[in-house]
Design a protein around this ligand. Structure first.
Ligand code: PLP
Length: 399
């Protein structure tokens, strides 16, 4: 295969197809045909990927006006949109209602908008969903939360704000409360927490006497990792619980995965440029950076493998080599290679599971955006994004 200039991201179509198939078969096995797969655009908004997932039948799950308009430009059907998040655009909010796409409300002003808009259009019928905020810490005491204080999205069940939102919607003659949105990120992403969230949907439907058109379980799943649960585990549990209250023929289940769908398929590939001894340390300079993998610089583990340019068995073993990135920041150190073959210029360090929250979060810091290549099922390479140059950087600048 041709040797591509590093650094770049590679997406393997075959691995992506595997995870798409796994999601689809898990939903179908446990819920039948009545499901919708959404893709979380914010996780990786690469145009090639958005188009590819659209072709595979995914809806666009968006949380900003730009994301909504991007999906529209890439040809997503107006009805195949899921509009989420706390910051909505009024014109798009109304458009989504008119189109009959999925709208999950999150903020207080949306209830005001809905009341005015439904009154202005009395002959039209609208349906909306509500994002539920419930106390996961008390439902699942062993779960590791993303934030200690708990989630900040949606309407709080415990203080009655969710109930008040339901009442306001039910008071509108031409609006139906169609569904609940249960996306809740946890650090530990266990199957148990999804079972508990499904139970919350059941309890709410019972408590408020609702026939829901859909239950949206959100994203946040693990995927592509042998040591963690995957779609078959999650949807077996979710569907088992949901079936105690909902009929799979009448209620649609929605999944909105992001990172779990694209992790296995995506690598970030870098080259060793130089190695140097500084007092008692060996530093290995590479042309990729921590900012290409974890721009927030919060991670300390970077799953990876090496491609040596010559037989590693013939090389010296070094007790410690620090693999460093291409920026001029001291913190741009990725991992310590302990008791490994001595690295030399031309070796490749390839980071695995690099698809989520990387390509779209990479900053324009010192270096511009790297290329993205698609490895097609037949092994050929398609350029999905050329590396950025000053052409792109200078666009719409004036001086
Ligand atoms: C971020 C997000 C997702 C996807 O989360 P992953 O952890 O990438 O699977 C899905 N739904 C909503 C509402 C989100 O905000």
């Amino acid at each position: 295969m041709e040797k591509l200039q590093t650094p770049f991201y590679r997406i393997k179509e075959k691995d992506l197809a595997y995870d798409i198939g796994l999601l689809q078969s898990s939903l179908e096995k446990h819920w039948g045909k009545n499901y919708i797969m959404g893709y979380s655009v914010k996780t990786n908004s690469l145009p090639w990927l958005l188009n590819h997932l659209k072709e595979a039948g995914f809806y666009g799950e968006v949380v900003s006006d730009q994301e909504y308009l991007l999906c529209q430009r890439l040809g997503y059907a107006k009805q195949h949109m899921i509009y989420n998040g706390p910051i909505k655009d009024k014109a798009i909010f109304q458009q989504v209602l008119i189109d009959g796409a999925i709208l999950n409300m999150d903020s207080n002003y949306e209830l005001d908008w809905l009341e005015v808009f439904s009154k202005e259009n009395p002959s039209k019928q609208f349906s909306v969903g509500l994002r539920v905020n419930c106390d996961i810490a008390s439902l699942c005491p062993t779960e590791q939360l993303v934030e200690e204080e708990g989630g900040r999205f949606g309407y709080c069940y415990e203080n009655g704000h969710l109930g008040a939102a339901i009442a306001r919607i039910q008071a509108l003659p031409n609006v139906t409360l169609a569904g609940f949105h249960l996306h809740s990120s946890t650090q530990s992403r266990t199957v148990t927490v999804y079972g508990a969230l499904a139970q919350v949907a059941c309890n709410l439907a019972k408590e408020y006497g609702l026939d829901l058109a859909y239950v949206d379980m959100g994203g946040g799943y693990f995927g592509g990792r042998a040591d963690k649960p995957s779609y078959p585990d999650y949807f077996a549990e979710i569907c088992k619980v949901l079936k105690t209250q909902f009929d799979p023929k009448k209620t649609t289940i929605i999944a909105e995965p992001g990172v779990s769908l694209i992790s296995r398929a995506t690598t970030f590939e870098t080259s060793v440029i130089d190695t140097k001894e500084i007092r008692n340390h060996t530093f290995v300079v590479t042309d990729g950076s921590r900012v290409n993998l974890n721009p927030q610089v919060t991670r300390h583990v970077y799953p990876h493998h090496m491609e040596y340019s010559s037989d590693p068995a013939a090389r010296k073993t070094l007790p410690s080599q620090w693999i460093c990135g291409a920026t001029c920041m001291e913190y741009d150190r990725l991992f310590e290679e302990i008791n490994g073959p001595q690295l030399i210029p031309g070796d490749r360090v390839i980071y695995d599971t690099a698809g989520g929250y990387t390509i779209c979060l990479t900053p324009l810091f010192i270096h511009y955006f790297p290329a993205v290549y698609i490895e097609k099922e037949d092994g050929s390479i398609f350029t999905a994004r050329e590396p950025w140059t000053n052409e792109e950087y200078l666009a719409k600048n004036y001086w």
